[in-house]
Design a protein around this ligand. Sequence first.
Ligand SMILES: [Ca+2]
Length: 98
Amino acid sequence: MPEGPAGVYPETRQSRDKRFSRLLCIFSVIGIVIFVAVVAMTVALSLSEQSVSPTTMAPDLCAGSGVVPCDNGDCIPVDNLCNGFKDCRDNSDEVDCI
Ligand SMILES: [Ca+2]
């Protein structure tokens, strides 16, 4: 019975197991990083969608289409200016009414 291969085999298997567990660890870390990145992107996307309400438009887009900009950037129909109801979220449509 040859002693060489029998003596070498346990070391080779150990180092192979070590390498395998190290690879497993690296892949786990990569998986966790990808998961965290995807979750962060999903949260950021949903937050940015929430902050843009349907009535919010850039002030220059309000002009000339029957709507006027509020001080906070909302757009409201021009008829809603000074009508006694709060249409802008900042109530700027009911300020400085004569
Ligand atoms: Ca109003």
